[in-house]
Design a protein around this ligand. Structure first.
Ligand SMILES: [Zn+2]
Length: 249
């Protein structure tokens, strides 16, 4: 390993120290992964501060940032609170978090083993509630029409539902980090180019059927096939990898 490469792998730029950015990151994650869906109420400022072990003004600042970005809404009065307004996290919010990958290729080649590992665990551990979540995600995509936001939300919901069904906090963390990096390279949560939505839907249905069969080999094959389709669309040269974007399948 040459000197430059070693240095590059050992050290990443530290942007900050902005604790409120970390809070923004955690809140936007909770929304993006569907833990809190549109209309859901988040814990109170003091509860969030206690959970993240930061000061209340720090949480308030993060909430202000996400309110300006249209992700959260603060409702006053009785029955009020911090409510999720949109599941779409704007790119400038996303860019506050740390990115490690240098190009899209690096993201997709790391994503596949993580998603496959999650799917294998989900094959064993998924419950009827998870299957229902996956069916709902597929319904959202089927009904999306020209609404790319809904298509994208259904898409992420599908993959995150498998992630949660796997029951591994650590792998789920890797999945969300990789999805975030993927979105940064795609420069938008919304896929601009979904050339073959029918194929994506058919593959999602195939993955669901495989999960319900609880056949680990079948699940592995279904998820591998699905993600290899995406990888095939990503240019191999790192120089052009961030120019050509494609649907996050
Ligand atoms: Zn997919």
């Amino acid at each position: 390993m040459d000197e430059v490469r070693r240095d590059e792998m050992a050290f990443q730029p530290i942007e900050g120290p902005r604790v409120s950015d970390e809070v923004v990151d955690q809140l936007s994650h909770a929304v993006h992964t569907g833990l809190y869906e549109v209309g859901a109420r988040l814990p109170r400022i003091d509860e969030l501060a206690a959970a993240m072990q930061v000061s209340r003004p720090t949480v308030s600042e993060a909430v202000r940032v996400l309110t300006r970005a249209g992700v959260l809404r603060v409702k006053r009065g009785a029955g009020g609170g911090i409510v999720v307004a949109s599941s779409v996290i704007p790119l400038d919010i996303l860019k506050r978090s740390r990115a490690i990958a240098r190009n899209l290729r690096e993201v997709v080649e790391a994503r596949r083993p993580v998603e496959v590992a999650l799917a294998r665990l989900a094959a064993v551990r998924a419950t009827e509630r998870d299957y229902e979540g996956l069916r709902e995600a597929i319904r959202l995509q089927e009904a999306a029409g020209e609404d790319l936001g809904q298509w994208s939300f259904g898409n992420f919901k599908f993959h995150y539902t498998i992630g949660r069904a796997a029951g591994s906090r650590l792998l789920f963390h890797f999945q969300t980090e990789l999805t975030k990096e993927l979105a940064m390279f795609l420069e938008d949560w919304t896929p601009r180019d979904r050339e073959n939505p029918e194929m994506t839907l058919a593959e999602h249905k195939n993955i669901l059927a495989a999960l319900q069969s609880r056949d680990v080999h079948r699940v592995t094959a279904a998820m591998e096939d699905h993600l290899l389709e995406v990888e095939a669309l990503v240019p191999t040269s790192s120089a052009s990898a961030d120019a050509e974007t494609t649907t996050p399948a």
